[in-house]
Write a protein that binds this ligand. Structure first.
Ligand SMILES: [Zn+2]
Length: 239
């Protein structure tokens, strides 16, 4: 599967983590793209693609699920080795609790497979598999959280602290909770969507119902090119 972007898209404004949907639309569009365009680019796509992934800037659970390309046979694992695993977690670092450290590749893949299965089940409207639910709940339980008071100038502020016995527990718990927050919230779950490109398995949570593709520069472009070709071919050959 060709994962290369079909254009540079270097003018996308990078806004990290979960905050981009709160940003003005004008802030998250590539330069030169109108606000009314049906192409709603993911603002983190170029950063994710530079790191070897398709999609970035979705909720953590969705970014993690999107590291498995399920339309190929066999599925293509973008977490191909320890280095790719490290790049993934570093890409997600701005949205992770400050105490995070990188989980092992094996643990990341195990949780990723469970999350992907749960999100796919939710999209298909079929019951979630118990083993996948167990895996997500266990990952969530491995990092208890508490609030602590911290001095901020002359004032005390409450901060959430995450704990974990093993390196990686906190990052995995954050991903598991991200999945639970999507799956158990009907309003968020309604926004979960699979890319409209039939040759793409990427998931995303849309902030705009007109968004159809995981990425404007890969699937959006290819779909537009295919439609243009089809129209042109039909007009020329009358078929
Ligand atoms: Zn796509």
């Amino acid at each position: 599967m060709d994962l290369r972007p079909t254009n540079g898209n270097t003018s996308i404004t990078i806004v990290r983590g979960y905050t981009y949907r709160l940003t003005k639309k004008s802030d998250i569009l590539p330069l030169g793209m109108s606000r009314t365009s049906v192409l709603r680019p993911n603002p983190d796509a170029s950063a994710a693609q530079a790191a070897g992934f398709f999609v970035g800037g979705e909720p953590l659970a969705v970014d993690l699920a999107d590291t498995l390309v399920t339309v190929t046979d066999p599925p293509t694992d973008l977490l191909s080795d320890d280095e790719a695993n490290r790049r993934f977690w570093e890409m997600e670092a701005p949205g992770l609790p400050p105490e995070w450290s990188a989980p092992t590749l094996t643990a990341t893949r195990r949780l990723r497979d469970a999350i992907r299965s749960l999100l796919d089940s939710a999209l298909l409207g079929v019951p979630e598999a118990e083993p996948a639910l167990d895996a997500v709940n266990k990952a969530s339980a491995k990092s208890p959280t508490f609030i602590a008071a911290k001095l901020d100038g002359p004032n005390l502020v409450a901060v959430q602290k995450w704990t974990g016995k093993a390196a990686g527990d906190i990052a995995l718990a954050a991903a598991a909770r991200s999945a639970i927050e999507i799956l158990a919230d009907p309003q968020t779950l309604r926004l979960l969507r699979r890319c409209a490109n039939p040759n793409c398995s990427m998931l995303f949570v849309h902030g705009d119902s007109r968004r159809q593709w995981c990425t404007a520069n890969i699937c959006g472009n290819r779909t537009r090119v295919a439609r243009h070709y089809h129209r042109h071919h039909t007009a020329t050959h009358g078929t």
